[in-house]
Design a protein around this ligand. Structure first.
Ligand code: GAR
Length: 366
């Protein structure tokens, strides 16, 4: 059943409730349907007695995944979903979150895919779910079955994986060179996305300007080549020698894309020229607001109502390159700069791997 508005969806929920049955709610883009979706939806449906899917509208898919998406229109995506045995109802929504829909429909159960944890669910959605007393279920992701893996096979038709079954190993996956100065939690999330099959890439090399950076240890634990690059004398700059060494090492490692995951020095030539349009960064603010260091503190002290994070290409400026994706994070009355930073980072963990995947699909071969 295609549900045209939230009042009809709420009426559907009430009719089930009266019959002693329970409605499961889930949401998503379901842009290119694959076996992972089919299994996920079947598991979600099995939690209760009927399943309603809140489907991101075309404009919200573009906002989330980039201008090349959706591949299929919302009308087609709804029709395809409704062809599945597990899906009882579909409602299209255009807001960034399903918070209002949850409040209006009041489902008994809420299901989300395994790339989330209860902690990384959107705070407002979780609050709404708690208010209506819905059970929250995080269902495991299906390894190797993902929209990005599917699109990756389409984007690299010359690779054997295009003709082989989905589980076959790709011959050459896009190679990432990672730069980081600190903890490397974003790097950890990138590795998890690769393991889960939601990011079709491999990390070829990790470089750090900080000899003691935990990001280097994270790479070592995973057996990924990693090394310290002497940044030179200046506390904030990356010397010409360091820029040359980084570029040479990334080229020797045959990297397609450089990923700055908490790299706190400015890249210049020859890196910028050697990897033009191929250096991506995550920054903890809604650029162009608050470029530079400790952006979350800048936002907090400025008293903004909304903060967030940005994924962008790097150019010669400080956090000025073309914006690829952004995620908004409300500043709560109870926030400190630290709690705000934690929620911004949780948003980064969702945004960054997805934006990298989207960019890789659009990058021409090197
Ligand atoms: C991230 O929050 C990232 O946005 C920020 O450094 C942090 C690194 O954390 N980057 C910048 O401020 C770049 N201007 P991580 O090392 O745990 O991923």
């Amino acid at each position: 059943m295609f549900v045209h508005n939230s009042a009809d969806a709420a009426a559907f929920r009430d009719s089930l409730h009266t019959a002693g049955k329970r409605l499961v709610f889930t949401s998503g883009c379901f842009d290119v349907l694959h076996a992972g979706h089919v299994r996920y939806l079947a598991q979600a449906r099995a939690l209760g007695d009927a399943l309603i899917v809140a489907l991101n509208s075309d404009s919200s898919v573009s906002a989330l995944k980039g201008p090349s998406r959706p591949v299929n229109s919302e009308a087609d995506r709804a029709e395809i979903l409704l062809g599945l045995k597990s899906v009882d109802a579909v409602i299209v929504f255009g807001e960034p979150r399903t918070t209002e829909l949850i409040r209006q429909i009041r489902p008994h159960l809420f299901a989300k895919g395994g790339d989330y944890t209860p902690e990384t669910l959107d705070a407002q959605e979780r609050h709404a779910l708690e208010q209506i007393g819905a059970e929250i279920h995080i269902l495991p992701a299906v390894p190797g079955r993902s929209t990005t893996a599917t699109l990756g096979r389409l984007a690299y038709p010359e690779s054997p994986e295009a003709t082989a079954p989905a589980a076959a190993k790709p011959v050459r996956r896009p190679r990432l060179g990672v730069l980081g100065s600190g903890e490397g939690t974003n790097f950890g999330v990138i590795l998890k996305a690769i393991e889960a099959g939601t990011l079709n890439a491999e990390v070829a090399l990790v470089l750090s300007d900080n000899f003691h950076a935990p990001i280097l240890d994270r790479a070592k634990v995973k057996g990924i080549p990693s090394t310290w690059v002497d940044p030179g004398e200046h506390p904030n700059r990356f010397s010409l020698k360091a820029q040359q060494e980084a570029s040479r090492r990334f080229q020797e490692a045959d990297c397609d894309l450089i990923v700055c995951a908490g790299f706190m020095r400015r890249l210049k030539d020859p890196v910028l020229t050697d990897f033009a349009g191929r250096i991506v960064n995550v920054h903890p603010s809604l650029l162009p607001a608050f470029p530079g260091r400790s952006a979350w503190v800048q936002a907090f002290e400025a008293g903004v109502e909304e903060a967030g994070c940005t994924v962008h290409l790097i150019d010669a400026g400080i956090d000025t390159g073309p914006i690829l994706a952004q995620s908004r994070v409300p500043v709560l009355p109870t926030d400190t700069a630290d709690t705000l930073r934690q929620r911004i980072q949780a948003a980064e963990y969702q945004l960054f791997p997805a934006a990298i995947q989207d960019l890789l699909l659009r990058l021409p071969p090197r």
